[in-house]
Structure formats: structure tokens, C-alpha cells
Design a protein around this ligand. Sequence first.
Ligand code: GFB
Length: 315
Amino acid sequence: MDKNDIIYVAGHRGMVGSAVCRALAASGYRNVITATHGQLDLTDRRAVREFYAASAIKTAIICAAKVGGIGANSAGNATFLHENILIAMNTIMGAYEAGVKRLLFLGSTCIYPRMAPQPIPEDSLLTAPLEKTNEGYALAKISGLKLCEFLRRDCGVTYHSLMPTNLYGPGDNYDINGGHVLPTMIRKFETARTEGHKSVPLWGSGTPLREFLHVDDLAAACLFVLEMENPPDLLNVGTGVEVSIRELAEKVQAATGCTAAIEWDSSKPDGTPRKLCDSSKLRSLGWKPRISLEEGLARTVADYRREVAAGTIRL
Ligand code: GFB
């Protein structure tokens, strides 16, 4: 990428897209273009085509997606499949039809089989059934990465994908029912601390294992692969550090200074038992994460408190 290239970031108001925009600005990319949802509905094929046709985009970075935690996904598989497949098809095919030569598509490691070997290598894709709680989202993301792969193989464009593990960071969604576990825990422990509750209700058994990557580390990985001439089609992005949900709860409890007791609600789903991705391919190319979970958590709790004070929390 040249510093003067026109770069389109789809989903720039989301946690991932805004981190990518910050990283691009910090690295001196001067011509980043974006469109709000009000200006451009990414599920509208014709509108997306017209947007691409009107802008001389060199590189597109597709961060836009309908995302959510296990609660939102399991209650809304149809919507997660439908919206995300439209966003993926329109943004990728629209870019190709407009002559965009470079595109990075972002997904999630929930594309891999529920019982994939651990740590999960890229080549375990489509080798066994998916986790049911997020099957819709996973199918949409698999379709997007496959479209990139086919266009690259058959049509001479460099379209490729990154699959990050569970993400967190500034601008996350703190909705108690629909959010991901880490921001939801921050909100639950902070609420219990500030309102003097005796207990904090958490979901499932606490035994599932997850890996958490700060979104600024993902943004750095995006720039890293975009600055490569010929990156692999599909790369995982994670820290390689795994924690149980119970350990995560204890870390969030400590980071917030909350003394309320944890209560596990076994009526809520655990989801996939283990989801540690194998990021050795990306690491062997030279990328590595820089923000530990402890540091990232402390930063995110501080971000959350700033957002609460400013009244800007996303729910
Ligand atoms: O982050 P999370 O919602 O999604 O939940 P997934 C991770 C784990 O945390 C599950 C437990 O085992 C939950 O049962 N958990 C404990 C909680 N307390 C809570 C809580 O208060 N809220 C939430 N949300 N979880 C998502 C997928 O899966 O991961 C998406 O649904 C996407 O498609 C995303 O891939 C990265 O890690 O299970």
C-alpha cells in the first residue's frame, strides 16, 4: 500500500474498524475513506456498487459486520447469517466489479469446527460441523473468505482474509444480553461495585476456554498483512494465551476492584468448549501481539469508566 492510496474501511464506527482507522492514521495513510450506515447501507447491493463506482479505491478493508456474543448469536442465527452474508457479498463483489485490486476481509475463529484440533490451524476449515450457537455468523464469514479465495485464484486480484480470535478493546458493545463475554463482565462487575451488589451473575459453567486479543493488536496485524505483497489467503490472529471463563472472571473482578461474589447461571450456554487459534503462520511472517491480557484489561476498564462518565457507552 502506498501512503497516498485511497483506502476504504467498511465498518469504521465499530470496534475493529475504528481501531484499523487509528492504525492507518498513525502509520501515515492519508486517504482513508469511510461511509456511515446512514450514508451507505452495506446490505444494499446497488448502493454498494454505486459507492465503489464513485470512488477510486485502491484497497478495501472489510471490518463491517453484525456481531454479538453467544446470547445474540444463538437467539439470532437467521439475522446473523442474512445480514453478514449480504455485507460480505456486496462489499467483496462490489469491490471486484469496480476494479479494486486489494481487499482484506475480516472474520472470526468461530468459522472453524466446534471440535477442531487445538490450537486450531487454518486448514481445519470445513472439516467437521460448526458450533450451533454461532452457525449463522460462521457460515456468512466462511462464504466471505471463500469468495475472496475464488476471486484471487480465478480473477487476478489480491483478496485475502484474517480470522481473529475473541476481540476486546475501546468502543466495544457493553450490552448485557447481546455483548461478548469480556465487555459484559466489565459492565457487570463495575455495576456491582458502584451499586454495592452482593453477587454478579455470569453465564454457563465457567469452564470453556477462550483466547482474547486486544483490537489494537488486530489492527496492527491488518496493516502487517496489507503491507505484504503476497500474503496467504487465510491467516489466524491470536495471542496463543488461553484462559478459562472462570479465570477471566477473576481477572476482570481484580481489574475492576469489585468484591461481589460470582454466581454461575448454568441455564445459559457455554458455547464451544475450547477456541484457541494457531497463529503460527502469521507469527512466522513476523507479526506478534504486544498487549497482554492484564494490560489490555486495565486499559479497557479505564476506557469503560471514561465512556460511562461521558455517557457514550454503546449498548
Ligand atoms: O464472548 P462470548 O459471548 O462468545 O462468550 P463465544 C464466551 C463464553 O463466556 C461462553 C461465557 O462460554 C459464555 O457462556 N460467559 C460467562 C458469558 N458470562 C458471560 C456473560 O455475561 N456474557 C457473555 N456473552 N458470555 C462468540 C460467537 O462466541 O464469539 C461469535 O458467538 C463470535 O460468533 C465471537 O465468533 C468472537 O466466544 O462463545
